[in-house]
Design a protein around this ligand. Structure first.
Ligand code: UT7
Length: 323
């Protein structure tokens, strides 16, 4: 028997305020038409004053726990993938642990920007396979609205806030690609590209900073790298693109998503799209999309789901899951 990490629950939370592209037309030299045609984004959610990443993360975690039929006390570990934690420390994950009323287990954050959920899932899989934990909740949660330069039309129209979460549990498998659970992953980063997408401040530089991006360059790396990392992870799982039921990509830009699907030889009706409604929610985008496609009945038990993402670092990777 081989130990596997199976997804047993998924949920999400989006802040109440919805901002359409037209809102940006009022104060920036931009148009709804430009944003839609270049990115696929139509609207995004933004947090209210006083609402924080750990608030969103806790709501998403509760939804995922309900879906799994579990209580917070059943969970051994909480991992939050985020680049926008409430505080420098403690981690957003320990704040979620406290808000859920958990008094045992352990919690920590993973920071790999837009690839954070892929990195956190892989970390959780390692914890379960090494028997450090039997049940882990992995949350992607972000409030990128707090780190945007509202005068920079090349970045502020692209991002949104939100959170998604999955409950992962140890289960037995046969050790074949027919098993349910995380079948394989591929992680990469290359710090030589750090200038392409970064926040120009931080604790150690005495500033808060705002997001800066060389969009065209990041676009080029995304189109080059995402299909490759998905292919590598599929190969490790003993699968090919032909076995994939659903691609759940990081939701940054519809054109990147389409180009990647084309490289993978997959039609767009096998790709889950939420970018139009959420914008780019960084580490939250994949679990948000997983939750939506699971709860509307698209993702079914037994389906092969490939998630892939790239972001600041650059950091990128893919995880193959049999749901
Ligand atoms: O989540 C992490 C990963 N991030 C990404 O994957 C983002 C990757 N990059 C992208 O999605 C795209 O590069 C963007 C959406 C950021 C930009 O699209 P693009 O097609 O690469 O446009 P561009 O940067 O080449 O700019 C084209 C033109 C420029 O004007 P000129 O120089 O041709 O006169 C920009 O100044 O569009 C202009 N532009 C805008 N115009 C209206 C840039 N932003 C805007 C805007 N409204 N909001």
């Amino acid at each position: 028997m081989k130990m596997r990490t199976v997804v047993t629950g998924v949920g999400h939370y989006l802040p109440a305020r919805v901002v359409p592209n037209s809102d940006f037309e009022k104060r920036l030299d931009t148009t709804d038409e430009w944003i839609r045609s270049r990115t696929g984004i139509e609207r995004r959610h933004f947090v209210a004053e006083g609402e924080t990443t750990s608030d969103l993360a806790t709501r998403a975690a509760r939804a995922a726990l309900d879906d799994a039929g579990l209580n917070p006390d059943d969970i051994d570990a909480v991992i939050v993938a985020t680049s926008t934690p409430d505080f420098t420390f403690p981690s957003a994950a320990t704040m979620v642990q406290e808000k859920l009323g958990m008094t045992s287990g352990f919690a920590f954050d993973v920071q790999a920007v837009c690839a954070g959920f892929v990195f956190a899932m892989t970390t959780a899989n390692g914890l379960i396979l090494s028997e450090q934990a039997r049940r882990v909740i992995v949350i992607g949660a972000e409030t990128f609205s707090r780190i945007l330069d509202w005068d920079d039309r090349t970045t502020c129209v692209l991002f949104g806030d939100g959170a998604g979460a999955v409950v992962l549990e140890a289960a037995g498998g046969a050790g074949t690609s027919a098993d349910r659970g995380i079948l394989a992953a591929d992680l990469n980063s290359d710090g030589r590209y750090r200038e392409l997408l970064h926040v120009d401040g931080g604790v150690s530089t005495h500033t808060t900073g705002v997001l800066r991006m060389q969009g065209r360059e990041v676009f080029r790396h995304a189109v080059e790298k995402l299909a490759v990392t998905a292919h590598t992870a599929l190969g490790r799982a003993g699968l090919t693109e032909a076995d994939v039921d659903w691609v759940v990509p990081h939701q940054a830009n519809l054109r990147i998503i389409k180009a990647t699907a084309q490289k993978m030889g997959l039609p767009m009706d096998r790709v889950v799209l939420t970018v139009q409604d959420h914008g780019n929610t960084s580490a939250a985008s994949i679990p948000l999309a997983l939750s939506i496609a699971r709860h509307d009945g698209r993702i079914k038990q037994g389906d092969v789901v490939v998630t892939e993402a790239i972001g600041g670092g650059l950091a990128w990777g893919a995880v193959v899951i049999r749901w």
